[in-house]
Every structure is written in C-alpha cells, then in structure tokens.
Ligand binder design. Structure first.
Ligand SMILES: [Mn+2]
Length: 327
C-alpha cells in the first residue's frame, strides 16, 4: 500500500533491528542510499545489517561504512526489511529475499517509474532523481540526526544518479538538499575525485576497445557499443568498470539514444539505454523486451547471441525514434 514518509518513519522508529538492501549489481545510488540508511538507523540505536548479493564496486569502496555490506546468509530475525532503489522484486536476488523471509514488514522506497509497488509500505517518487534524495527527505522529515559520513553516502547517491547534476530530474530541491549535505561537513572535492577520477587503467582500455566498435545508426541519432564476454575476460573487467561508457557515446551531438550491450557469462545480453529527449522513451523500448526503468534511462535483458540482440533492440529503437518524431 502507498505509505507516507510519516508511516515509514513510524515503522522504522518502532523497529529494533532492520535489514537494509538495494538492487543487485549496485550502482552509486544503490550503495550510497543503503549505506546512508544503515548509518542513520545505527545512530537511532537500531541493530542494522546491510546486505547485497554483489560486492561494493571498487570505485565506491571509499564510502563510509562500505565494508559493512555483506552477502546474504541465513534467515534474518529483524523486525523490518528496507528495500531501496529497486523497481521490482526481481531486482533483488532470491537469496536476499530468502534471508528476509521471516521479517514481518517490507518497506519499498524507490524512484523508478516502473516500480511494481511490492512490499507492505510503498513510497515511490518517480520525480526524484535518486533514492538518496528520498532517504535524505525521510531523515529530514523525521528529524533524525545526520553527519558527514551519512552525507558522503547521500552525495555519492545523488551525484551518480543525476550524472553529476546534469540530468533533467535534478531540481532546485535537489540542489538545496545537496547544500544541506555539504553543511554536514562533506568534502565535495574529495567525493568527486573518488567517484570520477579514481579509475583503474583497465576501465579506459575497455573504453578504447568499445569505441573502436562504435555504431552510429539512424542518421547518427542512435549510438551503440557492445562488449563481448571475451573482452570482459581478457581485461578482467569488474562490475562498475563499464559504468559511464554510455555517457561518453550519449554526448555525441547528433545522438538522441545511446545503447550499451554487454554479453553475460550465461549468454544473455544486458542492455543499458539512455535517451536525451522525453519523446524517445527508452523505458518503453526496454519494456518491449521485459525490462524497465525511466523514460530517459532504462535497461533490459535479451537472449543472445550478442549480434542478434543488438539487431532486435536497435530495430525497436528505430521504431521509437519514428514514434517520437510524430509527437
Ligand atoms: Mn537510483
């Protein structure tokens, strides 16, 4: 059921122990919002476990509390399960749900328009640019104390999900919130350096290989790159290494839609897509393939092989471009 921030505050304050998670293959918002929530709950005197199927990406390991993210194990005896930044049940691994199976109440706090509204208390604000912003709003609403460590996590969450405050969901309220976060004593220079200027060389090597295969389709309106599993293995790429590749190709002046295809070990193809224009919804394109996300940023999983998935998806992008042109 739809909940208010007050409903969620009440449940959290009544709980003595809380299990916190966010989506598999966590990005900056998933890690930052989960860690901030974990640290907030700890300050409130709760027993907290923050769990994720996947380890923290190397580039986010600097975030305060990152060492506390653990893989799922056993059955939690917590009173409350907080699921952050996850559009659907399937965004969180079955082993995490198994761990949470005995927890009586699940809270779903998220900003994906495609959220399936699972859980007992649901707070979805699709206008918010990051779940980190919702965590801040909840804490401010509740009057819970914050500190610099919490602030660093929230800044990382909001900064990464807004593309460093470039995406249109970035509002005056987002900037005001970031102002309040900086007043907690957060060093914005350090956080940005760690987030954006601290990459292993293999990441740039991967970018070089990907850009060699850059495809510009539909008169330069769609840019795409693909990553075969062989390259992932050869460069020993880690989760997070290819994050940002899509922003590089999206930045081409003629491009309206950017797509990144990645071949996975199981043979499936993970597709990430971005649009620059609300008329061309990559969310709708991904939904055709059972995926989801936002109008301007969405993902899906297609059957392989890589070239077939690429062709099918790009055809759908072509149709979306045509549909958008008629609007
Ligand atoms: Mn997010």
């Amino acid at each position: 059921m739809d909940a208010t921030l007050s409903d969620i505050q009440e449940r959290i304050e009544a709980a003595s122990s809380v299990l916190v998670t966010s989506h598999d293959r966590p990005d900056g918002d998933a890690i930052g919002s989960a860690l901030a929530m974990g640290l907030i709950l700890e300050k409130l005197g709760k027993t907290v476990v923050v769990v994720n199927r996947d380890p923290v990406p190397e580039t986010l390991a600097f975030l305060p509390g990152s060492e506390r993210i653990t893989p799922p194990s056993g059955r939690s005896t917590a009173d409350l399960f907080l699921v952050l930044d996850s559009a659907g049940v399937d965004r969180v691994d079955a082993a995490v749900w198994e761990m949470a199976a005995d927890i009586p109440v699940t809270v779903n706090l998220d900003h994906h328009v495609s959220n399936t509204r699972f859980g007992d208390l649901v707070f979805v604000d699709a206008a918010a640019p990051a779940t980190g912003q919702l965590v801040f709003q909840l804490a401010r609403h509740a009057g819970w104390p914050l500190d610099a460590a919490i602030g660093e996590n929230l800044l990382a969450a909001i900064s990464t999900d807004t593309g460093s405050f470039r995406y249109p969901a970035t509002t005056a309220e987002t900037m005001r919130i970031v102002g309040e976060i900086l007043e907690l004593g957060v060093d914005v220079g350090r956080v940005n350096r760690m987030l954006y200027e601290n990459y292993p060389a293999r990441r740039v090597q991967a970018l070089r290989i990907l850009l060699q295969g850059l495809l510009l389709g539909f008169g330069g309106r769609c840019a795409s790159v693909k990553l075969p599993l062989a390259v992932t293995r050869e460069l020993d790429l880690q989760p997070g290494d290819t994050e940002g590749v899509i922003d590089v190709i999206r930045a081409i002046d003629t491009v309206q839609v950017a797509v990144f295809f990645e071949e996975l070990p199981d043979g499936k193809i993970r597709v990430s897509s971005r649009s620059k224009d609300e008329r061309y919804s990559v969310g709708a394109v991904c939904a055709e393939f059972g995926g989801g996300g936002h109008t301007l940023a969405a993902g899906a999983r297609l059957a392989g092989p890589l070239e077939v998935a690429e062709e099918r998806f790009l055809e759908a992008v072509g149709r979306a471009l045509a549909v958008g042109d008629r609007q």
